[in-house]
Design a binder for this molecule. Structure first.
Ligand code: NI
Length: 147
């Protein structure tokens, strides 16, 4: 009999500064496009990371959620908390740090670490930039084609 597959989620929070500015646009165009976000400002972010995997009979766990929390602290929170995302974070270097772009960068950083755990794969990155605004990323292939 096949094992049930379950999605588990860990949430972490961090605070960071950024500004939105495209090097391909003029200052006037950047101001028009990004409005107040063209200026330096900060957010209290929340990151929810969902891992999908089988529930082995032996342990009853897809993955230890505390292990996942430690991994998120190590790979993300310790690198971005109280930092300026445009300048201080090597893996965001040269990117426009919108929530979309940051979510994709977090995926790329976390995905190989999650796959170290037997049968587990990264299912979703959900990044809240505020209480109202959040983005979801499900990885480079869309879910339908992945089956
Ligand atoms: Ni912002």
């Amino acid at each position: 009999m096949s094992l049930p597959t379950v999605e588990i989620t860990r949430r972490v929070e961090f605070s960071a500064a950024h500004r939105l500015c495209s090097p391909q646009l003029s200052e006037a165009e950047n101001r028009r496009l990004y409005g107040p976000c063209y200026e330096h400002h900060g957010h209290n972010y929340a990151l929810e990371v969902t891992v999908r995997g089988p529930v082995p009979t032996e342990t009853g766990m897809v993955m230890d959620l505390n292990r996942l929390g430690m991994l998120l602290d190590e790979e993300v929170v310790s690198v971005v908390d109280h930092k300026h995302l445009n300048h201080d974070v090597p893996f965001l270097e040269g990117l426009i740090p919108t929530a979309e772009v940051v979510a994709v960068a977090f995926w790329e950083r976390l995905q190989p670490r999650i796959e170290e755990f037997e049968g587990c794969r990264l299912d979703r990155i959900r990044l809240f930039e505020s209480r109202e605004n959040f983005v979801d990323y499900h990885g480079p292939t869309d879910r339908a084609s992945r089956g």
